[in-house]
Design a protein around this ligand. Sequence first.
Ligand code: S3P
Length: 433
Amino acid sequence: MPVSATSPREIIIKPTKGIKGEITVPGDKSISHRALIVASIADGNTRIKGLLKGEDNMATLKAFKQMGIIIDELGEDVVVHGKGLRGLKESEDFIDAGNSGTTIRLLTGLLSGQEFFSVLTGDQYLRKRPMKRVVEPLSLMGAKIFGREKGNKAPLAIVGSKLKGITYNSPVASAQIKSAILLAGLYADGMTTVTEPTLSRDHTERMLAYFGAEVERSGTAVSIAGGQKLSGKDIEVPGDISSAAFFIVATLITKDSELLIKNVGINPTRTGIIDILKKMGGQLEILDKSEVSGEPVGDIIAKSSKLKGIEISGDIIPRAIDELPVVAVAAAFAEGTTKIRDAKELRVKESDRIGTMAANLGELGITTTEYEDGMSGSVFNSHGDHRVAMSMIVAGLATEGEMRVWDTECIDTSFPGFVKKLSDLGCRISQLK
Ligand code: S3P
């Protein structure tokens, strides 16, 4: 990948060993979105501690400010002055979700049942991602949503309407689809039920219950009755296991490393990464488990490990969906072949993550064959995808020679301070501009 003088932010990584110490990671992105959304439509105030202040969550926060919700910053905390189920007002301008799929899809559900008109859009990457997966079930509820490519692509225009509850069998295990329908269900007449092929992350269900809603769950089905009152309540967001994953893999694949990551969310719908890495031979343990604001939390300790290739497929995929790029990096450093199947959803993430990771890791292999010193001079492209960028940086820590990752501004969508955190741990990493 050629690097010109106008290249977006580039990061240089040199081989590192001995990642040692204790860290925390920023707040969980999925939980942060839900905290802002549910607090805005609850009655009364909610103080959120540990909210992730990455670009994705700030897009959600700005959206609610545009719809008349007062949100104050109190030091590190954020206070949302909720106005109740019918307290949002029509935004004067379009709502920009930026790069955030969760923002656009969850808000499409929430705004379908309002008594006003909304337009939602996003950046060049988000505008290419499929929206039919939420538009279709919401339309069955009576939503009026219009968009490019017959309603499949943003910008989306939503004419708020009267909704009715539905029973929906989702063809994909997707928390964004499930959550969009549940949020619309809050505004619908009667009961709304979503069933998934396997359970996706359940933060919306937990958050609604935490704010006082009755949410019925049975296997992979979840139901909610419309018109329920939510009450504002202080909330603490745990560290994001998806962000911790980069540090866990970095520790496992570098020599003489041992790292303790404190206060990480260990919701069972998210801990597929731990199960996968343990199965690969990773020395990992979860300590001090507890429950905070309705979510399980613990500390994770990881040590340098000799990893082996495994097969990864089936129900574990949705439990590790965002971590599969960094699993691919772990697999590249493992002995033997790792096969990842049933992960078609990766093709419609922030980038086509099967394509981008295969290309990047393929290049890693090719360069290693071509040059005796392995990786020298290799430059990798994130394709604007934060998780691909961070995964390749982790690969660089355990690779001989210097590695460069290009187009890394996207890291700020989910993990501002990622590079500093690695450098504070002694990793040889620097930013070109
Ligand atoms: C998310 C759900 C997942 C995940 C995304 C965040 C959420 O997407 O990949 O990063 O917060 O609901 P899908 O619902 O598309 O699987």
